[in-house]
Design a protein around this ligand. Structure first.
Ligand code: HEC
Length: 143
């Protein structure tokens, strides 16, 4: 066997082992915990909506209205997770009157989901998508 054959074989075996290893990583119980969306949520929503999304965050006492229970979004929308509506409420597509969130121009989460220029909007959309994935993962089951 030539030297090239041997190194090619080594490379192929390594790739095979890598695939075997990656495909054997057990799925986590709740894949959203520790995800980018979870981090964004804890950073920008958790103080009011609570660590578990139930609306009982540490800032609640200083608010005029009780923050919504974000685990019931799908249940309260006939079992369908309201992604388009979230785009309006949080994504900055429309002015939505939730005083605690600030305004469309000055939302409490800054330019995180609604950037001032097109280039940054790409990243803002990615962050919003991650947040939506997380929120979807904490929805109460529909019975
Ligand atoms: C400063 C506190 C505060 C922060 C931070 C905050 N919220 Fe809220 N949010 C509220 C309050 C209070 C309400 C209820 C307002 C009302 O009913 O007038 C609310 C309502 C909502 C609603 C509407 C729910 C419904 O059913 O009508 C959504 C969706 C929501 N928040 C999502 C978020 C997300 C996502 C974040 C983080 C990116 C966030 N909020 C950050 C206080 C906050």
């Amino acid at each position: 066997m030539s030297k090239i054959d041997t190194s090619l074989r080594t490379v192929l075996i390594s790739i095979g082992l890598m695939i075997l290893f990656v495909s054997n990583i057990p799925a986590k119980k709740n894949p959203a915990i520790g995800s980018s969306g979870h981090n964004i949520y804890m950073d920008r929503c958790g103080a009011c909506h609570g660590e578990n999304g139930k609306g009982n965050g540490p800032a609640v006492g200083s608010l005029k209205n009780v923050p919504a229970d974000l685990t019931l979004l799908a249940k309260r929308n006939g079992g369908v997770f309201p992604e388009e509506w979230l785009r309006k409420v949080v994504g900055g597509e429309e002015e939505v009157d939730i005083t605690a969130h600030g305004s469309r121009e000055i939302p409490i989460w800054g330019q995180l989901f609604h950037a001032k220029n097109a280039a940054d909007q790409y990243f803002a959309n990615t962050r919003f998508g991650d947040l939506v994935t997380y929120l979807e993962s904490i929805q109460e089951p529909i019975d």
